[in-house]
Design a protein around this ligand. Structure first.
Ligand SMILES: [Zn+2]
Length: 339
């Protein structure tokens, strides 16, 4: 990526693959990395890095727009012009968004959208991947009840066990089995099945506070942060619709934008895109890699994003990805992937 930027490839790519701009995806924004095994580092960037990226985009003349504006321009048939736009989004509603990210957005007057899952806010769901990491970090041995087990004394063993557990939770267990299984594993390890308050998601009071900022849009992200493709059809629409109902009830404004949890092709397909449209959302974002093009007008419910994450905390990487230079690499040469 560094080579692509310095050889000027990224600026050529911007003309062909940069399109109208991009939707940036963030998760945690905090000064310290909270991943004891380093395995969820990709979900975190520092406020300083966010500041650097926004400053650099501003210098390039990028226009920062909210998701409402992005959807409107796209559906009205915007064509690539001189200036490009960036819409910033943050998934899951981490507490650090309020404490560390909002001040940076305010400093630069940059609109941002937070996709919140009410089940995470109310404790009906947990940030299970973080609990799995903590469980492995503090155990010498972990076992899936009635299933496989792993020794985890060394860092290498711990990382191996973590990735095996992630696969087991993601693909072997059903969505509704995850939490009871994790609770049992935590109980056996003498640990509470949850994350520390300072690392958790925002409470309703905090969400209300940040939603009061005119720069902030709150979007929906299901109730229980389930992988929708793993659910039966009736549950999919309940998860999508109720998350919007609950947010409207608590914050007084119905979310118009949606983000699919996990957001890969394995978690969001045509069925989910059709339901998002039927339920009245205006847009829905995936975690698929790509910039935004006029053709996405026909794919408002499977929009790609550019993840700015902890593994690539260098300005040159962010610039290269946002130029669209990495879009064809991630999508077998295609600019636009339709669901
Ligand atoms: Zn999420």
């Amino acid at each position: 990526m560094r080579l692509a930027w310095h050889t000027g490839f990224a600026s050529h790519a911007r003309a062909r693959y940069g399109g109208l701009g991009c939707i940036v995806m963030l998760h945690r924004v905090r000064p310290d990395c909270v991943s004891p095994l380093g395995v969820t580092r990709s979900l975190s960037i520092t406020p300083d890095f966010l500041d650097t990226v926004l400053s650099s985009l501003k210098e390039e003349g990028t226009e920062f727009i909210a998701m409402d504006e992005m959807s409107e321009r796209l559906s009205q048939g915007a064509r690539p012009g001189a200036g490009r736009f960036v819409a910033v989004t943050l998934d899951d509603g981490y507490g650090d968004n309020l404490h560390h990210a909002q001040p940076v957005f305010q400093k630069h007057n940059v609109p941002f959208t937070i996709y919140a899952a009410p089940g995470l806010v109310e404790g009906a769901a947990v940030l299970w991947w973080e609990v799995v990491e903590q469980l492995v970090a503090r155990s010498e041995h972990v076992r899936i009840p009635g299933g496989p087990e792993w020794r985890c004394r060394t860092m290498l063993q711990k990382r191996t066990a973590f990735h095996a557990l992630m696969r087991h939770f993601s693909y072997v267990l059903s969505e509704v089995e995850q939490l009871p299984v994790l609770r049992q594993m935590c109980a056996e390890a003498g640990m509470i099945c949850g994350v520390a308050a300072e690392r958790d998601v925002m409470s309703w009071r905090e969400l209300k506070q940040i939603a009061g900022d005119p720069l902030c849009t709150i979007g929906a992200h299901t109730v229980h942060h389930y992988n929708l493709r793993k659910l039966p059809p009736e549950l999919v629409s309940i998860e999508m619709e109720q998350s919007a109902d609950m947010i409207e009830d608590r914050l007084g404004k119905r979310p118009r934008h949606f983000a699919y949890p996990y957001g890969s092709v394995k978690a969001a397909g045509r069925r989910e895109a059709r339901l998002a449209a039927e339920l009245g959302f205006v847009s829905a974002v995936t975690t698929r890699h790509g910039t935004i093009h006029p053709e996405h007008r026909a794919s408002m419910f499977s929009l790609p994003r550019i993840s700015i994450n902890g593994r690539f905390q260098k300005l040159v990487y962010a610039q290269t990805m946002m130029s669209g230079a990495t879009t064809p690499m991630a999508n077998a040469g295609r600019r636009v992937i339709q669901a």
